[in-house]
Design a protein around this ligand. Structure first.
Ligand code: GRG
Length: 300
């Protein structure tokens, strides 16, 4: 039987070790040696903490196609590097202006703003080097598909575009539909890319890939809604952040519209949608099933 706690803890350990290994001068150097300060800032932003959910999704989607855990690690590290870069930049004064992340000073507080921008840039860039590395997958075509998938999830049509829409939406005038699109891009696109990268690693046929995409899109909505609920119900300490900022700023969310109980009901429905998308897969999809359920019950 699939054990979510054991698998997620094992994945988090592998990700921590893998990131620590990849974020060293020897691995990062291009034509010249990388600057120690930017490496230290990258390590501050990427190591120690984080639930490592995106690499877990890569692993669980790949497991459906019997891809061994070790073979899904490197693509998972690449997604996590992009995720960590986005958090470093999101915390900057020009964006959310946060002092704490994962219970520790944000990168611009521990270093300075310029270093935090560069550390984020370098994590983003390095993610694609990690995918292009032949150790990631023996087939160049698969590596190219992984690169394209991560780029699509991260860029202006994905996470960055969602962040831009979020900033624009702060001026007001966003409809419910606008908010849904913004969230699907800002938070959902990287979750979608993670699942699809696992499927690509496994050589998924188009029909399986579209079922897993449907799962990922529902899981992304569940993740975001759970985050909005936690924003008003969890203590800042449990969340590892300074405040429940969206709630404090009075931002329009499903929770402010439906209340906590209504939002929880909606969350259960979305998790169910994610589970339905997996109905053609057997027990090898139990990992993805468990993660969808975890999204609805998580406390941080
Ligand atoms: C700055 C390019 C750019 C994008 C920012 C990721 C993001 C886009 C903003 C973060 C703001 C936020 C709190 C969004 C809600 C969902 C989210 C991404 C939460 C953090 O992800 P977790 O819970 O974090 O997976 P850990 O710390 O576990 O890795």
């Amino acid at each position: 039987m699939y054990d979510f706690s054991a698998d997620s803890a094992d994945c988090a350990r592998s990700v921590e070790a893998g990131l620590s290994d990849y974020l060293t001068g020897a691995r990062l150097s291009g034509p010249g040696p990388a600057a120690d300060r930017v490496i230290a800032a990258m390590r501050h932003g990427a190591l120690e903490g984080g639930k490592r959910l995106r690499p877990l999704l890569v692993r669980q989607a790949a497991a459906i196609f019997s891809v061994p855990r070790e073979a899904s690690l490197q693509p998972g590290l690449a997604v996590e590097m992009v995720h960590c870069y986005s958090l470093i930049h999101d915390d900057l004064p020009a964006m959310d202006d946060d002092d704490l992340r994962r219970g520790r000073p944000t990168v611009h507080k521990a270093y300075d703003e310029a270093t935090a921008i560069l550390a984020g840039d370098a994590l983003l860039t390095h993610a694609f080097a990690v995918l292009a590395d032949p150790a990631c997958h023996p087939a160049a075509e698969t590596r190219i598909r992984l690169v394209a998938e991560l780029a699509a999830g991260s860029g202006a049509g994905g996470m960055v575009g969602g962040q831009m829409r979020d900033i624009e939406g702060e001026k007001g005038g966003f409809s419910e539909g606008d908010i849904a699109v913004m969230q699907a891009m800002k938070t959902g696109a990287l979750i979608r890319a993670s699942v699809r990268m696992g499927a690509i690693l496994g050589g998924a046929e188009p029909r399986a890939l579209s079922a897993l995409t449907a799962y990922a899109e529902a899981a992304g909505r569940a993740f975001q809604l759970a985050d909005d609920i936690l924003d008003v119900t969890a203590t800042p300490e449990a969340m590892g952040k300074a405040t429940g900022k969206d709630a404090a700023l009075g931002k329009q969310t499903v929770v402010s519209r439906l209340g906590v109980d209504g939002a929880r009901k909606m969350l259960d429905g979305i998790v169910n949608e994610a589970l339905i998308a997996l109905r053609t897969f057997g027990p090898k999809a139990d990992g993805l099933r468990a993660t969808a359920r975890y999204f609805a019950t998580r406390q941080k």
